[in-house]
Each structure stands twice: as structure tokens, then as C-alpha cells.
Design a protein around this ligand. Structure first.
Ligand code: AMP
Ligand code: MG
Length: 473
């Protein structure tokens, strides 16, 4: 990998207080499930697909010579409550690469126990690893900032969850794995020197262009606010539900991080809850902008030793407006409409009503609008008066120069929970090739129909059927 430069900036932070070196614990009898060529091209590491030491390394055996595995400490608020110390309990930071000016962190999830495993086993199961592996690419194809995965390995290591499952590893790639919880960790311990060190490190990793003066922490906060507003706006636009928006799962980089019980809404329903352990609906689809706002307040708190509270508050108070503006821009771009079009808000609101009826699939909205034709799962008759009216209005609102880009990101098929369930069932029966088939379909472009996706996900369950995912992963 001659043009790829490896570095380990996290090791510049003090050991033990910020991280621990960890030797991975190998999986038994590992097999590749899939290698992601588009991520490997992005990283410039195609040769790793066939290198003799790769499989063992990606299966948490002997690390590649380029890797220096460590576990990071962080804390966080979970479901609105202070949860104290968490940290990398089952994932290891491997280092970062720079290739063609693009800088990415590598992380191996499911690599065994670490000093932060608490009661856990340090493992990830194949089922949830497949879900995380595929959704990274799907979200990327939708144009949503996200972590992605380079490789997925399965094994015979038994892992106990609700039942016995197979252990797996996932090599996750991110611009940054820094979470709000990295700063909360030192703030809640009143360790302001370490907090300052963590903050400087975060700024250097994410926003090194900011001026090196006293305005730096406040300007950094503004950058995180902007990225987070854009991220949650993108989720809301495409109908994505994260499911566990704890502060330890909220990245400072504005990337979607830590996929667990995620999903896409079916009909448009702000109260839709995907995570069955979320009894109060805290992380319901429609709550996500408010939760991100709440998370931003937790971040602001950690900056109070360094920034005037009034300055932080003034920026924080602007989050709802930033979100609204980001959401408008997202919807406009996805609908090929100028973001300042005066009829956009009313159109979106009527579209939510149209796709809010049972039997409709909100993620199909964009394909439906942009192609003016039957959609796939939604029972949408062309004669529906609201549908006809919306189409006519869209005709006069959209701009043809914006159409091509919008169409590329309008999915013709959904990475639905029922598609993933069917796929996981096939894989458990030994047909692992379905993972590559769906990953390949995403790479081909989600704006065209896919045979593999139709075969697995062509038949949604009855719309009245309740569906929830558990947190166990
Ligand atoms: P999550 O809900 O996956 O975001 O995880 C919350 C915290 O629990 C993080 O500190 C994880 O590292 C840790 N954790 C989750 N699952 C495990 C596991 N199987 N073994 C060890 N730690 C875990
Ligand atoms: Mg997490």
C-alpha cells in the first residue's frame, strides 16, 4: 500500500487515562462474508483483499503490522440518564489512513474484551454485523453522512444473546469515531485539564482550520451544531430512525454512528419507534431533531469551563432554526426544487399526509415524485386526488437542471427490516453470498430496481403488523 499513509494520532493522548492498548481475541474458524471494494478503493487498500495475513487480522487475530489496536474511553447519557463510563467495550481503534488527501479511521468491532467491556463479552453477532455492514453503504448511497464498513467476517465463536448466535467482526471506517461522550467523560469527572486536551485533540482531528485563539472552542461548537443539524435533517428526509441516539452514539463529525436497532419508517409516522427497549418513545422518528438538540446541550455543557455560557446558549438556541433550514435544503435537493421556493413547505406537508396513510411507504416518496410513475410497495393509485394534485404542483415547482442529481439519490428499493430479516435467514442457512449481492446492488445504484433486493424484500409484512428491534447486538 505504497500511497497509503498510516498514522496513530490517538496514541499522542496520555495512555490509560484516555485509552488502553488491547490485544484482540481471535474468532474461531473465521470466514470472509464480504469485502467491500468501493470502500477499499476509497482507502487505497485493494491489496488487503488477498493478502495472506488479512483474514486472521480482520477476524481479531494477529493484527496487520500497520495496526496498533487500542480501546478508547468515553462516557455518555443513555435514554436521558447519565450512564457514567462506557468506552470501546467491543471495538478497537486500529489507526488512521490518508490516501489521496482523504483521512479515515479504522475500527474493528467485535474484537473481544477490553478494559471497558464491563459486563459484556466484547463480541458482535453476525446478524447485527450484517445490518451495520449493509446500511453504511445504503445510507451513503442515499447521500447521508455515515460510517461504512470495509469487511465482514463470520466465525464459529458462539455468542450468547437472546439465544446462541455466531460471532462476527466488522471493520468500520469513519472520518472520526469521537463522540459527545468523549468530552462528557472528563467534564463529569471535573478533570478540566484532560477535558481541554480531549477538546484540542477533537478540534485538530475535525476542524484544524479553525483559528488558534480563544474563539476556537466556540467555533468548534458551532461546527458540530451545523453538522448535527444537517445529519438529523438528512435522517428525517429519508425516513431513517437511528433508534439509540445516546450521547455516546452521537459523533462530533456529524456521521451516522453505531447502527443498532435502526430502521426506515413505513408510512410517514412521527411516533414510529423502532427500538423495543424504548418504552417512552424517546427515540421515535419524529423526536430525532429534539433529541439531537438535547444532545447538543450536553455537548455545550462540556464546554462551559472554556466558553462563556451566554455565548454557548446563544448558539445552542439557534439549533432549531438551523435544523429547519437544513431540513428544507434536504427536501428541496431531493425533490429537485429550489430551496427558497415559497410552496415547498406546504408541498412537503401534503406529501407527509399522502404517505402517512397505512400501506404507503414514505421512503418511496422521492422516486414517486421524480419519476411520476407507479411506485413499488405503496398502494398508490394514480387517480388519488391528493397524489394527482401533488404531482401537478411538483411539475411547476421543480427545475430540470436539478433532476439528475436528485434521481440518483431517490431509492427504487428499501433496505427494509423485512429485506434484512430475509437476508439474515438465508445467511444463517449458509447462503452468505446474499450479503455481497445486496452490497453489490447498492453499489450499482439504489435508484434502479435490483433483482436481489426484489427477491428478498419484495413483500412487506402486513402494514398493521407491529415491528420492533431489540437493542441486543
Ligand atoms: P451500544 O449500545 O452498542 O452503543 O453500546 C453501549 C456501550 O456498551 C459501549 O460502551 C459498548 O462498547 C458497550 N457494549 C455493547 N455491547 C457490548 C458487548 N457485547 N461487550 C462489551 N461491551 C459492549
Ligand atoms: Mg455505542
Amino acid at each position: 500500500m505504497p500511497n497509503v499513509r498510516w498514522s496513530h494520532p490517538y496514541r499522542s493522548l496520555p495512555e490509560e487515562r484516555f485509552w488502553h492498548s488491547v490485544v484482540p481475541t481471535p474468532l474461531e474458524n473465521p470466514r470472509w462474508v464480504d469485502w467491500n471494494p468501493s470502500v477499499s478503493r476509497l482507502l487505497g487498500v485493494d491489496e488487503l483483499a488477498t493478502r495472506a495475513d488479512s483474514l486472521a487480522a480482520f477476524a481479531a487475530g494477529t493484527p496487520l503490522p500497520e495496526w496498533q489496536p487500542l480501546a478508547q474511553v468515553y462516557s455518555g447519557h443513555q435514554f436521558g440518564q447519565w450512564a457514567g463510563q462506557l468506552g470501546d467495550g467491543r471495538g478497537l481503534y486500529l489507526g488512521q489512513t490518508t490516501y489521496n488527501g482523504d483521512c479515515r479511521e479504522w475500527h474493528l468491532k467485535g474484537a473481544g474484551m477490553t478494559p471497558y467491556s464491563r459486563m459484556g463479552d466484547g463480541r458482535a453477532v453476525l446478524r447485527s454485523s450484517i445490518r451495520e455492514y449493509l446500511v453504511g453503504d445504503y445510507m451513503h448511497a442515499l447521500g447521508v453522512p455515515t460510517t461504512r464498513a470495509l469487511a465482514l467476517v463470520e466465525s464459529d465463536t458462539p455468542v450468547r444473546r437472546e439465544s446462541w448466535e455466531r460471532g462476527a467482526t466488522l471493520c468500520r471506517i469513519a472520518h472520526s469515531h469521537l463522540r459527545i461522550g468523549h468530552l462528557e467523560h472528563f467534564y463529569y469527572r471535573n478533570e478540566h485539564d484532560a477535558l481541554r486536551t480531549m477538546l484540542e485533540f477533537s478540534i485538530n482531528q475535525l476542524d484544524s482550520d479553525l483559528p488558534e485563539d480563544s474563539t476556537r472552542p466556540l467555533l468548534f461548537f458551532e461546527r458540530v451544531l451545523e453538522r448535527s443539524a444537517a445529519l438529523v435533517a438528512a435522517w428525517m428526509a429519508v425516513g431513517f430512525v437511528h433508534g439509540v441516539m445516546n450521547t455516546d452514539n452521537t459523533a462530533l463529525s456529524g456521521e451516522t454512528l453505531d447502527y443498532g436497532p435502526y430502521g426506515f419508517i413505513s408510512h410517514w409516522d412521527p411516533e414510529f419507534v423502532i427500538n423495543h427497549t424504548d418504552h417512552t418513545g424517546r427515540y421515535a422518528y419524529g423526536q430525532q431533531p429534539s433529541v439531537m438538540y438535547w444532545n447538543m446541550a450536553r455537548l455545550a455543557e462540556t464546554l462551559t469551563p472554556f466558553v462563556e455560557i451566554d455565548d454557548l446558549k446563544a448558539l445552542l438556541d439557534g439549533f432549531p432554526a438551523r435544523y429547519r433550514s437544513a431540513y428544507g435544503a434536504e427536501m428541496a435537493a431531493r425533490l429537485a426544487v429550489d430551496p427558497s421556493h415559497p410552496d415547498l413547505d406546504a408541498w412537503v406537508s401534503d406529501a407527509q399526509t399522502l404517505f402517512g396513510q397505512a400501506g404507503r411507504y414514505y421512503p418511496e416518496l422521492f422516486y414517486w415524485a421524480l419519476h411520476d410513475q407507479e411506485v413499488f410497495l405503496s398502494s398508490m393509485t394514480p387517480s388519488d386526488p391528493l397524489a394527482r394534485d401533488l404531482h401537478q404542483r411538483w411539475q411547476s415547482m421543480h427545475e430540470s437542471k436539478r433532476l439528475e442529481t436528485a434521481r440518483e439519490r431517490a431509492p427504487a428499493w428499501m433496505l427494509s427490516h423485512w429485506l434484512l430479516d430475509a437476508l439474515i435467514t438465508r445467511v444463517e442457512q449458509g447462503e452468505t453470498e446474499w450479503v455481497s449481492a445486496i452490497r453489490g446492488a447498492i453499489e450499482q445504484g439504489i435508484s434502479t430496481q435490483s433483482d436481489a433486493a426484489s427477491e428478498l424484500g419484495g413483500h412487506p409484512p402486513a402494514p398493521t403488523e407491529a415491528f420492533h428491534l431489540s437493542c441486543s447486538s
